[in-house]
Write a protein of this length. Structure first.
Length: 305
């Protein structure tokens, strides 16, 4: 089942558990079957255009996590969500809320779409769980924000200049996460965004971002490509590692140093990103800090295998 996979992924799979080893090659079958030697370098999912982003989170350091392409890379972007929903049915995964997918499908038909959809997997002794990511077309961001918030019973996003960028739909629980692009973000904004039921998480999140960036007294945080996501009981702020931490290997060093200061377990991340001396790749994708209720802020790191 792994014979058609690229060498980087074949090297990474033995470091993952049985759920990821079983599901990830299966999800990638449309990519592996696509003609052309460049089929593993057509994705917008990662900086290296690789169709898989592995990730490690300090919230669950032993859980295998990834996001992946799961429809053929040569399919037009505006049709990828419809194709992805059809494929979920074929491989036996539950469909998302039809009211939400109807909104998204209509927006994808009527407006330009860049990447369409991806699928995320989580695997550990509790089982296999999946989340569908769907792009929100730029031209539809404002009305879709209102409709999605109404459907999930959430308040509209409180920063007026932010724009809904994508939604994540848990295929097991139906929970919906909203990801917003924020051009300018301050410490005061983060405190405003953090729900009251996450205290003392609001101040902990600000301090964790400052610590990771090495800016202990900064009020305005590096923006331009910052995303903020809201989910029940959690608030996340994320950005490309390149803009926050620099290129490899500096980003890896700074992430491991941050983990050591806060007692986080990143041994799996260290193993999966170990490369020979002198190797330089732009492997890191999105870095995320998440506040839950309580004083611990969790770090999630996305990277190409």
């Amino acid at each position: 089942m792994t014979a058609g996979l690229p060498p980087a992924l074949r090297r990474a799979l033995p470091l993952l558990g049985p759920g990821a080893r079983r599901w990830l090659p299966r999800l990638l079958e449309p990519v592996a079957a696509t003609p052309g030697d460049d089929r593993w370098r057509r994705s917008l999912l990662t900086p290296e255009r690789f169709p898989v982003e592995l990730s490690v989170s300090t919230a669950s350091p032993h859980t295998d996590r990834y996001a992946t392409e799961f429809v053929a890379p040569d399919r037009p972007a505006g049709t990828r969500l419809a194709a992805g929903l059809a494929r979920l049915d074929r491989i036996g995964l539950p469909p998302p809320d039809p009211r939400l997918t109807a909104l998204l499908l209509d927006a994808h038909r009527r407006h330009p779409v860049v990447w369409g959809t991806w699928l995320a997997g989580r695997h550990d002794p509790r089982g296999d769980r999946f989340k569908l990511y769907a792009e929100v077309p730029k031209a539809a961001a404002v009305p879709l924000e209102r409709e999605v918030a109404r459907l999930v019973g959430a308040r509209p996003f409180p920063l007026p200049e932010a724009r809904l960028r994508l939604v994540g739909i848990d295929l097991t629980t139906g929970a919906v996460e909203r990801y917003h692009r924020v051009g300018r973000l301050t410490a005061a904004d983060l405190r405003l965004l953090t729900p009251r039921d996450l205290d003392p998480g609001r101040d902990c999140l600000v301090e964790a971002v400052r610590d990771l960036l090495g800016r202990p007294a900064a009020d305005e945080l590096p923006g331009c490509n910052v995303n903020v996501s809201l989910a029940p009981g959690a608030l996340s702020v994320s950005a490309p590692a390149l803009s926050w931490l620099g290129a490899d290997p500096e980003a890896r060093t700074r992430l491991l140093d941050h983990a050591a200061r806060h007692g986080h377990d990143l041994r799996r991340y260290a193993a999966l990103t170990a490369t020979p001396p002198g190797t330089h790749r732009n492997r890191h994708g999105i870095v995320t800090l998440t506040a839950h209720s309580g004083p611990t802020v969790h770090l999630t790191i996305g990277f190409s295998p």
